[in-house]
Design a protein around this ligand. Structure first.
Ligand SMILES: Nc1ncnc2c1ncn2[C@@H]1O[C@H](COP(=O)(O)OP(=O)(O)OP(=O)(O)O)[C@@H](O)[C@H]1O
Length: 636
């Protein structure tokens, strides 16, 4: 039976169109390709499509190799941009027909898979005598359009071969490959957005079947891929008035909360049409985009989710951002960023040193966010805050009934939770000595054995550690294993304390902008001067908290000045001023100072040593707090 005897509707309508274009079935087609310059221009105009399609074309070709077929990519008008494969099935004269620069629109070739897929906006299989021109009856062609995130056809993927090589699975392979290209183009278009991948069946997330939808940081709908539109049951145009919350029944802040937990699982979502789906979100937002959302998205209509509180938004912005968020002009920090950037994705453990609050965890998260593992979990464990008795099960997990009190079903430890991603061990210097050998074994063998189990599970984690101890001192005191130390310190970087940073003014501006939800506040010159002189023992944590309070105090005033500062900060400043004025006791003896003055000087020195803490100073000097206040009256 000739295929043309049983023509599907789209072939029939295409034949009618071909007639209307004035084409004659027996005419000899002109296959002359574009001139070299025009072809270069065509490739340049379709650069993005070309870049994302070529790897998928190569994979597709691997599956049909030796079947006398060619894989072809065209632009939106059906002009071939790239082709690869076996052209040995073609007559010499026809060989040029499937080369870059040749047009395969219906207007020029009549019914053919590429042209018909474009005309109909759907995949098209055109076999043998279904081609309008007799000259093309030797071909069998399966083509699928490739659409951009707005649903516009931007190209066609096609497999063409000798009609005797027809295989019923070819069309499915072409459709899947086109979908793969569309998904890649989609991901590239929405790098700085909230992107959610969803499907009613959890095992389909991460496959070609998943729906993908992107939202602005404030939750406004941006776009969805083909499967996303299908699952949501709405067109791109209809989705324009939607938000994350109107489509998935959750405010966008709940999404951020979910990913704030150390090891978030899949999201359970209920779509606007009542269908339950599982989802995984990617929250890669540059700070600038995030800032924009804080201002512009608040103007979205009633369906928009409730805006996050300023501090919630600020902490989310920091958490989700990469290394560029940390760049504020300090030279020491630039060097740190330069070094860690070099080892990204290289499986080199990173050790971050620095005083408390200098941003060690933030740096670790930023390293992870910029690494090839960004889509996988970032799991942080603070070795100092977990009781020694629990840290082993917390890290390694345990089997059912491994010990009394264990949850019935056992638990997966943090190391396995981080599998495929990054494990951040904060305060590694406080890891109990007995566990250090176990950790070392995991790192060397890349296997974890949960408590109470005899099975080892392979694990692949990128390791980042942080400490504010001098680990060499701890090794010397027998508190830290030297072998573990050498295993951990692939790249050692030190975060500068705030008092050494040269970008304090920018840092203050940045914190004010993120903490206040807008750029309204600034600090007075006097405050900035005080900030520059302050020691900042709590570093960023202290400065952030201080500015957060000052913003509340300033209210409608835009300039933050002395009267908006919390009392403890003012006390610290006063104390520092008194200390500056306090002479050295040895000099005092030489200069004939009296006992009272010398006492006062000793107390001030001790206060300085104890960070201004009066109780600790009193304890150290063996006197009561009252005595301290009595002897240094201007402390009150
Ligand atoms: N560069 C920065 N810009 C703005 N805020 C920052 C910056 N670095 C750190 N912070 C903020 O300071 C606080 C402390 O940061 P982080 O927890 O990363 O410090 P850390 O060195 O790990 O502290 P610790 O040693 O106490 O665990 C956090 O609220 C963080 O968001």
């Amino acid at each position: 039976m000739a295929w043309a005897d049983n023509m599907p509707r789209i072939i029939e309508t295409s034949h009618t169109r071909s007639q209307q274009y004035g084409l004659r079935r027996e005419s000899a087609p002109d296959y002359s390709p574009l001139a070299r310059n025009d072809l270069s221009l065509l490739i340049e105009q379709n650069r993005l499509l070309h870049a994302h399609a070529v790897p998928a074309m190569e994979t597709l070709y691997q599956q049909i190799v030796n079947t006398h077929n060619m894989v072809i990519l065209t632009d939106a008008q059906g002009v071939i941009v790239h082709s690869l494969g076996d052209d040995d099935f073609l007559e010499k004269a026809s060989r040029v027909a499937l080369q870059p620069g040749v047009a395969w629109s219906e207007q020029s070739r009549g019914t053919n898979a590429i042209g018909t897929a474009i005309a109909e906006g759907t995949p098209a299989l055109v076999h043998a005598d279904q081609h309008y021109l007799s000259a093309n009856h030797f071909l069998t062609c399966s083509a699928a359009p490739i659409a951009d995130h707005l649903g516009n056809v931007i190209g066609v993927l096609d497999v063409s071969g000798d009609q005797r090589s027809y295989h019923k699975h070819t069309m499915a392979l072409v459709r899947m490959s086109a979908l793969m290209i569309e998904n890649q183009l989609f991901s590239a278009a929405f790098e700085d957005a909230i992107t959610i991948r969803f499907h009613a069946r959890p095992e389909f997330i991460g496959t070609l079947m998943e729906g993908i939808a992107s939202f602005s940081p404030g939750g406004r709908f941006l776009a969805a891929n083909r499967n996303g539109l299908f699952q949501l049951g709405l067109s791109t145009a209809a989705l324009q008035s939607h938000t994350f919350s109107s489509l998935f029944g959750l405010p966008v802040s709940a999404l951020f909360d979910h990913y704030r937990t150390a090891s978030p699982g899949l999201l359970n979502l209920c779509m606007h049409n009542g269908v339950s789906v599982f989802g995984r979100a990617q929250l890669r937002l540059s700070n600038s985009v995030f800032q924009q959302s804080l201002t512009s998205d608040r103007t979205t209509p009633a369906t928009a989710p409730a805006p996050m509180s300023a501090s919630q938004a600020a902490s989310t912005a920091r958490r989700l951002s990469g290394l560029r968020y940390l760049r504020t002009g300090d030279q020491q920090l630039e060097l740190v960023i330069e070094k860690v950037t070099r080892v990204l994705g290289k499986d080199i453990p990173i050790m971050i040193m620095g005083e408390t609050g200098t941003g060690k965890e933030l740096l670790a998260q930023a390293i992870h966010n910029d690494s090839p593992r960004a889509m996988s979990p970032f799991v942080a464990v603070n070795c100092a805050s977990i009781p020694e008795t629990l840290i082993e099960s917390e890290l390694f997990g345990y089997e059912d009934g491994a010990f009394t009190g264990a949850r019935k079903k056992g638990a997966i430890g943090k190391i396995l939770q981080a599998n495929g991603g990054t494990l951040f061990l904060d305060e590694i210097g406080d890891m109990p000595f007995s566990l250090q050998a176990r950790l070392l074994r995991v790192l060397q063998e890349r296997m974890v054995t949960p408590l109470g189990s005899d099975k080892s599970i392979p694990v692949n984690v990128e390791l980042i550690c942080a400490t504010n101890h001098n680990l060499r001192d701890r090794i010397a005191k027998g508190l830290f294993r030297e072998d573990l130390y050498y295993r951990l310190n692939g790249l050692v970087v030190k975060l500068p304390p705030l008092r050494e940073r040269t970008d304090l003014e920018t840092v203050v501006k940045k914190i004010l902008a993120t903490e206040s939800n807008n750029g309204r506040y600034h600090v007075s010159a006097e405050i900035l001067q005080l900030f520059r002189q302050h020691r900042w023992p709590g570093n960023f944590r202290q400065l952030t908290n201080l500015l957060r309070t000052a913003i509340v105090m300033a209210g409608d005033e835009h300039e933050i000045c002395l009267r908006h500062m919390p009392d403890d900060f003012l006390d610290d400043i006063e104390l520092a001023a008194t200390q500056l004025a306090a002479p050295d006791p040895a000099q005092m003896v030489a200069s004939g100072a009296n006992l009272e003055e010398m006492e006062q000087s000793v107390i001030l020195k001790s206060l300085e040593a104890h960070g201004g803490n009066v109780s600790a100073t009193a304890r150290a000097l063996g006197v009561s707090r009252n005595t301290i206040y009595r002897k240094v009256p201007n402390l009150k």
